[in-house]
Design a protein around this ligand. Structure first.
Ligand code: FO1
Ligand code: 5AD
Ligand code: SF4
Length: 343
């Protein structure tokens, strides 16, 4: 992988996924979040197994290889949530996530779980059932946007990412740009991620995500960051992160072209079926249109496990045969040697 688009890295990647917002009930109160609900509030939900299964099946039919399971954090701390879970027949979120991940694998799509901070034992339970997992560090700075968020204390986020590293779980993390942090904070955040990767080697990708204001939230009148600021953050990431870490931006939130020139190598999950539940106003581009926009920079599909980690066997036995089958179905194993030549 190369951060600076050059003769050495002449393409960008993406993952064809379905976005499954399992629950939006959350104990944190991030000032920028339009996704979160409290039990009983309009729009509060915990998806039923049948709803999830139907999306997974349609995803497989549409050629998607990744099921992105997203959650509010530690919903169990919110009164009323446990009753909702019991109605579905589960006694804990973890038990339900395990069921959903197993079901996804049986249906033929690879889980990527993004559920907020987790304990070592939660991570351990999910490891064999996930191709990769993720948690945005967002920032190492203590910010006003996080004043009512026990789960957004930087040390607690870093601890989760560290535990995942110790368990050799492939990981996605990233920075949220424009939530009150400054440039030095971004540098510090990237250095913290780089240090964890140098110790454990598990960070597949770092998302540089621009804050996009949401109506009805505390930060609804905060402007999103200027494109130049996001470009600078990508350039910092390319300078600070080890070269084998992909740098991701979301093509529904920002025009990726100028950012690719600064070091972006991946465009994350793009769904032909589901919306981006965190940024529901931002439609996914069609992959063909996106390719046309990128001109002569090829856009290549990948799995939620990057090729260099497949090669090194960073996956459990439980999902090994699915990874091999999907790689073959998509023709990834027939690709020219060049793609894998660098590891
Ligand atoms: O569609 C989205 N995908 C998000 N993704 C998914 C990402 O696009 C892909 O799932 C990964 O690239 C794995 O293939 C996240 C994954 C994480 O682990 C952590 C945070 C995010 C954030 C988003 C997001 O805001 N929107
Ligand atoms: C899934 C990820 O989306 C990010 N997230 C939450 N709210 C917003 C927003 N308004 N704009 C951009 N990103 C957001 C958080 O960092 C979360 O971890
Ligand atoms: S960003 Fe995640 S942790 Fe923060 S309020 Fe939204 S759902 Fe909860």
């Amino acid at each position: 992988m190369f951060h600076i688009l050059s003769e050495n890295f002449p393409f960008v990647t993406y993952s064809k996924n379905v976005f499954i917002p399992v629950t939006n009930i959350c104990r944190n109160l991030c000032g920028y979040c339009g996704f979160r609900r409290e039990p009983g509030q309009p729009g509060a939900r915990l998806m039923k197994p049948e709803e999830v299964i139907s999306i997974l099946e349609n995803g497989v039919k549409a050629g998607c290889t990744e099921a992105l399971f997203t959650f509010g954090e530690r919903a169990e701390e919110m009164p009323g949530y446990s009753t909702m879970l019991e109605e579905l027949g589960y006694s804990s979120t973890l038990e339900y996530v395990v069921f959903l991940c197993e079901t996804a694998i049986d249906i033929g799509i690879l889980p990527h779980t993004n559920a907020g901070i987790m304990t070592r034992s939660e991570l351990k339970a999910l490891k064999p059932l996930n191709a990769s997992m993720g948690l945005m560090l967002e920032s190492t700075a203590v910010l006003d946007a996080h004043k009512d968020c026990p789960g957004k204390i930087p040390e607690r986020r870093l601890e989760t990412i560290r535990e995942a590293g110790k368990l050799k779980i492939l990981y996605t993390t990233g920075l949220l740009i424009g939530i009150g942090e400054n440039r030095d904070d971004r540098i510090e955040s990237l250095e913290a991620i780089a240090a964890l990767h140098m110790e454990y080697g598990h960070i597949q990708e770092v998302i540089i995500q621009n804050f996009a204001p949401k109506p009805g939230t505390a930060m609804e009148n905060f402007p999103g960051p200027a494109v130049e600021e996001v470009m600078d953050a990508v350039a910092l990431a390319a300078r600070i992160l080890p070269r084998d870490v992909a740098i991701q931006v979301a093509p529904n939130l920002i025009d990726p072209r100028a950012l690719i020139a600064k070091g972006v190598t991946d465009l994350g999950g793009i769904s032909p079926l589901t919306i981006d539940w965190i940024n529901p106003e931002a439609e996914w581009p069609d992959v063909k249109d996106l390719q046309a926009k990128l001109g002569d920079i090829p856009l290549k599909e990948r799995l939620p496990v990057y090729p260099q980690y497949i090669k090194r066997g960073w996956y459990s036995e439980r999902i090994g045969s699915l990874i091999r089958r999907l790689s073959d179905d998509k023709g990834f194993r027939k690709q020219p040697e060049k793609e894998n030549a660098e590891d």
